[in-house]
Design a protein. Structure first.
Length: 58
């Protein structure tokens, strides 16, 4: 019970909040970067498929 109370006290500190905010911001940035990267990969794959289909028609 004492450990739980200590953990709650720690979670309420400004240091924890600032650190947690930085970690969350980093995670959100990583997610956005990954989303952008996979969108580029998807577009490239669609371009390759379109070129292949175009060559197959000729």
């Amino acid at each position: 019970m004492l450990a739980g109370a200590a953990a709650i006290t720690f979670l309420k500190t400004d240091t924890f909040r600032k650190g947690f905010s930085k970690v969350m911001a980093g995670g959100i940035q990583l997610k956005n970067d990954a989303k952008e990267y996979f969108e580029i990969l998807k577009e490239d794959a669609e371009d390759i498929k379109a070129e292949k289909d175009s060559k197959a028609k000729n």
